[in-house]
Write a protein that binds this ligand. Structure first.
Ligand SMILES: Nc1ncnc2c1ncn2[C@@H]1O[C@H](COP(=O)(O)OP(=O)(O)O)[C@@H](O)[C@H]1O
Ligand SMILES: [Mg+2]
Length: 300
């Protein structure tokens, strides 16, 4: 069973500190790195993969620096980068067979492994089709299939669900859950629901730092007393919406039920409710417009 230790990892690009003094210990389980765009997730994951050198700090796998392990470390690793490149004119099968060869998977084993991964990711029927005909969801599944070819003990997936529709998202989550035994799975996302149900541990990342870490239960418990519900009239609702972070709005007759994230009671009559991970996200990243878009869509 692998163990990864990050010891005071920092990455600086010119005068930008992308990852700031991060220390972590990861063993078997699914770790969900959650943060807004620019939080430093990709930079951190690239360092864990060994494709980017930290400015300071060390990463050790089972006690040895990953630079020293070199090829041995790569054998343990499966990586789906955020901007994954495909060969559009390859068929899915040829592409996976090609990558299996690149990863030095023995030839007779490779055929079998490719078929197994196609099955696992639901692409068996499409294996003879060219990749350029694939949907976004199929491409992402192919990305996972390639990351798994060498049966990695450490699987790193950077924004694996970007561009997927809700059904594909669920399918993807189920694939990840089915893989978690005996592995370290690290996945990054800015979408709360992607990690809420499958991550054993949530790591909230902001400005290069891990600002919260724990199970969903632990992380949400930290926000106890900061989430409120209130049934407001239309004018009142408008005013509260402008003043506070509102994580949900629901029309109820001529009134609006507001879910408000605030350190203190937002108004007379507001009652504290149990926080969810979305509330915690909003508490830390209220300036994120994508989240607001998401809320607006939900309330329509
Ligand atoms: N190669 C690079 N050169 C300069 N700045 C970079 C580079 N890569 C990332 N950054 C900066 O580091 C910060 C973190 O980026 P990134 O790790 O991509 O965040 P995330 O994946 O959470 O969106 C951003 O401000 C980004 O602009
Ligand atoms: Mg990123």
């Amino acid at each position: 069973m692998p163990e990864l230790r990050l010891d005071r990892i920092t990455k600086q690009f010119k005068n930008k500190i992308a990852v700031d003094n991060v220390s972590l210990c990861l063993s078997e389980g699914v770790y969900g790195f959650l943060g807004a765009n620019g939080a430093g997730k990709t930079t951190l994951l690239r360092m864990v993969c060994g494709v980017l050198k930290p400015t300071a700090g060390e990463i050790r796998c089972n006690g040895t620096k990953i630079g020293k392990l070199d090829g041995d470390y790569r054998c343990l690793l499966g990586y789906l980068p955020q901007d994954f490149g495909y060969y559009p004119d390859f068929t899915a099968r040829r592409y996976l067979e090609y990558l299996a060869a690149c990863k030095a998977v023995p030839r007779d084993l490779a055929r079998e492994k490719v078929q197994e991964m196609l099955r696992l990711t639901g692409l068996s029927c499409d294996q003879r089709n060219k990749i350029k005909t694939f949907s976004g969801g199929m491409l992402r599944r192919l990305g996972i299939a390639q990351a798994l070819l060498n049966d990695p003990e450490i699987l790193i997936l950077d924004e694996p669900t970007s561009g997927l529709d809700p059904k594909e998202r669920i399918r993807f989550r189920n694939i990840i859950s089915s893989l978690s035994k005996g592995r370290i799975i690290i996945l990054s996302t800015h979408i709360v629901s992607d990690v809420e149900f499958i991550a054993d541990e949530i790591l909230l990342m902001k400005q290069g730092r891990i600002i919260e870490q724990g199970t969903v239960k632990e992380v949400t418990q930290n926000a106890d007393g900061k989430v409120w519900e209130y049934l407001a009239g239309p004018d009142e609702s408008l005013r509260l919406n402008e003043t506070f972070s509102v994580s949900n709005l629901k029309n109820e007759g001529d009134k609006v039920r507001l879910r408000i994230v605030s350190d203190t009671c937002p108004c007379d009559g507001a009652v504290p409710v149990r926080p969810g991970l979305e509330d915690v996200y909003l508490y830390h990243f209220e300036e994120v417009s994508e989240h607001v878009d998401h809320l607006e869509r939900r309330t329509l």
